[in-house]
Design a protein around this ligand. Structure first.
Ligand code: RIB
Length: 307
């Protein structure tokens, strides 16, 4: 059966410049080139889920400027159902200013625009999506009342929620506890619980802290160290695939979406994390957010080539 995923979240147009390194305060640098690329954590996760074969709905908002149609088209090209996207003519579209250095690392600043206007009503209105989806994926690039409404609605409807804790910010623990699965990266973990994650031991300590605070399942993303899967009964490190990094933008989004798709297909959590690690690794090898998200066939070939 085709898995069905609902993504509630942001859409941004990414304005990307590549440069040798990321400049410090007050520094001007000549970069390589400039590109506009469809992005936004929510839209990236929706595109990733659809390319991996899930029937995918997206709830979110686009603004009235010319980026809006390109953002919606990018979703539709990957067969994401956009019936529940609101068009907010009075708002600008979300925009992300992204610098990517020659090692593939990035720095990102987001101007939320219409993403900042997503409401609990938008979330609840997606009735057909809620009726069909087994898993809902969300992030923190939309207002927290919409995040909370998504988590509450998921509980009411028996839909499993996967909360990607990006971008890094402090969020009340009561809100995080409403998620079935919480997936932060290192910097998001530090913002949420004040623990620096620098190695596997500190990752285990941070995961234990989340569990002690009542989070049921934590999948801590560790970049090129893979991820740590933590529940009350088990804590397992899933190593990363070694790849040449071109651009890490959206690798975390690819990971979270793949985790949800794999779980929606009925896989065990650890198997889903292994699959997600492969999908995240592939995303790192290509430039840009949505252009880097692999199809199911590409992932299968990658996994076969590594075993
Ligand atoms: O996670 C990557 C995404 O973060 C980018 O596409 C950018 O839009 C920001 O939302």
């Amino acid at each position: 059966m085709t898995p069905t995923i609902l993504v509630v979240g942001s859409l941004n147009m990414d304005l990307v410049v590549r440069a040798e390194h990321i400049p410090g305060p007050g520094q001007t640098l000549i970069g390589h080139d400039f590109q506009t690329v469809p992005g936004g954590k929510g839209a990236n996760q929706a595109v990733a889920a659809a390319r991996l074969g899930a029937k995918t709905y997206m709830v979110g908002r686009v603004g009235g400027d010319s980026f809006g149609s390109a953002l919606v088209e990018a979703l539709e090209e990957s067969r994401v159902t956009t019936d529940y996207l609101e068009i907010d003519e009075m708002e600008a579209n979300g925009v992300a200013l992204i610098l990517v250095d020659d090692q593939g690392e990035n720095s990102i600043v987001v101007a939320p625009g219409a993403n900042g206007k997503v409401t609990p009503h938008d979330v609840r209105s997606a009735e057909a999506a809620w009726a069909e989806a087994s898993h809902v994926v969300l992030q923190l690039e939309i207002p927290l009342d919409a995040v909370e409404c998504t988590l509450d609605t998921a509980r009411e409807k028996g839909v499993t929620s996967v909360l990607d804790a990006g971008p890094a910010m402090k969020v009340p623990m009561e809100l995080l506890r409403k998620a079935d699965i919480l997936s932060p990266n290192e910097s998001e973990t530090e913002a949420l619980i004040g623990r620096r994650v620098t190695d596997l031991d500190s990752a285990r300590d941070a995961a234990k802290c989340f569990l002690d605070n009542g989070i049921g399942t934590v999948v801590l993303k560790l970049g090129d160290e893979g991820c740590l899967v933590a529940t009350a009964s088990d804590m397992t490190h899933v190593p990363a695939h070694k790849v040449k990094a071109v651009d890490t933008t959206a690798a975390g989004d690819a990971f979270t979406a793949a985790l949800a798709v794999s779980l929606a297909e009925g896989k065990f959590l650890l198997d889903a994390a292994h699959y997600a690690a492969a999908v995240g690794a592939i995303a790192v090898t290509c430039f840009g957010a949505q252009p880097s998200l692999p199809t199911r066939e590409v992932v299968e070939r990658f996994i076969a080539s590594r075993t």
